[in-house]
Write a protein that binds this ligand. Sequence first.
Ligand code: APR
Ligand code: PHB
Length: 393
Amino acid sequence: MNTTRTQVAIVGAGPAGLTLAHLLHLEGIDSVVLEDRSREYVEARIRAGVLEQAIVDLLVEAGAGERLQREGLVHHGIELQFAGERHRIPLSDLAGGRAIVIYGQTEMVKDLIALRLATGGPLLFEVDNVSVHDLDTGRPVVRYRHDGREEELECDVIAGCDGFHGICRPSIPDGILSEFSREYPFGWLGILAAVAPSSDELVYAHNERGFALLSLRSPELSRLYVQCRPDDDVSEWPDDRVWEELQLRLGLDGWTLAEGPVLEKGVTGMRSYVCEPMRYGRLFIAGDAAHIVPPTGAKGLNLALHDVRVLAEALVDWFRSANPVGLDAYSDTCLRRVWRAEHFSWWMTQMLHRPEEQDAFDLKLQLSQLRYVTSSPAAATALAENYVGLTSL
Ligand code: APR
Ligand code: PHB
């Protein structure tokens, strides 16, 4: 077995792992990033696309936002559609001028990988059998296999950025974590289509046939979702059926949804999940490895980057001045924002989706809530400040 050493071993090259590696690099802290998929796979995976202002600022300040600033689309509002009408929520007016930026997670990951390689930091793809050990000692170890060789990576700290299905969280011994979760009886069938977006702003539509969302990736690329069953297979959703449902759910008199070739299609289940604490000994977990939100609030990617910002700052204090305060507070600090996002995402989800057997009372409550949010500045402000990202928590 070949043994090497680094300060921070990062498992997972998603947005969380790659951003953490870069933030640490800027502070002169060494890390090794281990990813079990190929670079091609990671760079092709279509994921989220809405960034909070604070996350854009973080990436720009870190020198990772050049293309984001050039190609990202700044949005100052979103639309909520129900009962045959669209209502604009003027996010920036309500939330102190802050906006959101539309930029695909896929593009962000490509930028971060290029930056990592340009700065010469180790980033290994297609590693197998990753396992983490000695977490409750001062010398944790990561073992993995790469290019047919067994490797051992000694480090000071392990960052578990390996997503919901990764190995870091399950490596924490039984009895340490408390887990909180909720499954929803909904899925989202998402498509990426080569057609100019039919609306300048995102449209979240409540409809008797189920929820639909019009989003985008660029002036030439639309991203659209329809509520489906969580266990639906994409084969049940030929392109014609997807467009038909989108037309029915998003349709309005005097407005047309333009259709185009479908480039990608997939079904996402919806769940809420949090584990506490987000630390065990020298293992710190971040992003989807520690928490999941349903996509309705567009918070998953943003939370992942908030986590690693907190972790990077804490690690800097610890490595530089042996100050453990930030690391000791890491989990509590992150969980305050995580639970706010959990509530917001749950709230958006239950307001906009149609359960298969919907109680008439529940439907009336949804419509009342939507009317309130779109007519009361106080209620609209609550939505807006959560959507663009709360600054103080
Ligand atoms: N070893 C190494 N890498 C692993 C392992 C493993 N055992 N298991 C998973 N990975 C990798 C995955 O292939 C993925 O590239 O870890 C990475 C985790 O990245 P993400 O799932 O993108 O999670 P995160 O970086 O926390 O970003 C959260 O991703 O799923 C979306 O909605 C979510 O937008 C949010 C964002
Ligand atoms: C997306 O563009 O992929 C997107 C936008 C808003 C959401 C979820 C996903 O709430």
